[in-house]
Design a protein around this ligand. Sequence first.
Ligand code: GLC
Length: 605
Amino acid sequence: MKYQIIIYLLLLLHIKDLTAQTKSEPFEGVPGWLETQEKRLAWFQDARFGVFIHWGLYSAAGGVFKGETYPQHYAEWIQTWGKIPSKQYTEHLKPKFTLRDFDPKQWAKLVKKSGAKYMVLTARHHEGFSLFNSNQPFALQNDVTGTANLSPAGRDLYREIMEAFQQEGLKTGAYYSLLDWQHPDSYEAFRLNPNPTGHVPDHERYKDYMYGQIKELANNYGSLDVLWADFSSKDHEGESWGTKRILTDLIKWQPNILINNRFWNGLENKNGDIGTPEKYVPPTGISGTNWEVNHTMNESYGYSAHDQNWKSFPQIMRLLVETVSKGGNFLLNVGPDGNGKIPDQAVEILERVGKWMSVNSESIYGTQASPFRKLDWGYCTIKENKLYLHVFDIPSSNIINIPLKNTVKSVQELGAEHSQMETVPQEIGIGISIPPFSLENGPKVLVMEVEGALEMEESVTQALSDGRIVLSADNADIQTAHGMRISGARHDFKRPNAVAGWSHTDDKVSWKVKIQRPGQYDVLINYLPLPEHGGTVVFHTESSKLTYNFEAKEGKSFEEARIGTIEIPQKAIGEPFLPFVLEALSIEGDALPEISAVSLVPKQD
Ligand code: GLC
């Protein structure tokens, strides 16, 4: 138990570390990369959707080792969760890695059918076993596990998989772990199986090993479109891995290759070609870099028999479309089991995504970020002069609102051409009436063309059709000189975005609200209670003022508290908008709790 707590703390530190930003030094100044970046990125920006495959010896454990179930997410970490020495780990799991159901052509067909344009495969994960046949002396033969090559003699599983995907016309990338729990000279981070007594790790040898393996991946398997390194920390990043030498040669071996940013510390650091938010969608995208959210269908990347927390197809679609609408790529993970079988649930999700993509992919491929902030009914992507409106939630009025001043030229449902839809007059923006549909088939996509260049309405919050006015963190104007920000939902995709890091009383948030119905409203505040996060806020309009005191306390999820009633006067109706402001009167501990929304609920007369 004590041990598990230590691991948990280590993991928390690791997560904190990963979110850290580092100073941007793209490609460590190695020539050839920056100059070619735009050209190298073209296919990636067009693709928008890829599939990640986590497959390795951990897949044969499936979250269970010698009868003990490890409940932690990230089943590919089981060796660390169980503090299992590499030798024992290998002897127990190798016989269970059977390839009985392994059919790479079928994997590739499934991924192709899903509409994904590329695939990234774990060439080698943290346990140190590779799916490719490495000729490095340590990989061929060593005293720790015998060999670090996982493929049975005469086969090269990595080659079989890559070739199958390339035959389907998909781009292919290699995930390559910078950590190695088996090599005695690797860095010690998370390496909980100690070195043989007396051995002093020689990191130069480990760097040579990594360089040698990356050379093999880049030279022996045709085109390598992405090298997906994983991962760094403050202690070991960039040149710690011998990055200069690797990058100098990599661009010569594969002039079109992309690299992610994990040779450096921080999921959102701006080095390399691609930022890598893991299991969360950055609330406002990531400016100044290309990025790719990698996400799981259940909780784990590697196969876990007991992880049955599968996301529904509509939830997967939300993550995909939200990511693309913020300007990112979506890399959806699949974890085949130790027999090489892709779990049925994952097959079903990929097939359903594929069915939706076969009608709607035009709204994903080659699109750009939405010009709007949060929309109540879904997400928007744009391409050339077209807006793609992805409708997830139909308001009870059946009318969606698009905050644009332009005149609509045409609007129709994607896949149902010649089905012109009617616009409905609105006080602000464009209204479109949506016929009922089932989200079980994925979001409905409307393609809209307007006259002239896009002209946005001011970002104004309007009442939902039930009369509630929801002032969400996503639509808040933030005034801060101290790094207050909108934080996303790391590791809990259902968590709402929230205002976080509110540590100074001169920071504030505000919303512009178009009032359609004056009168009395109950005011509720949605927040995440935390220890060391307390204080008093004041919520006010021009005519009313409410204060609320947050008690610093332990909390597992967001809570709603009623903070009072306000009166919105009749005259507000004539105003283009009313400012609603939330300010901090006092802050106790580190900061205020995270606040996801203030809701105004009309009082029944
Ligand atoms: C993390 C984990 C790893 C997973 C990866 C995916 O770094 O250590 O298990 O492969 O992220 O983003």
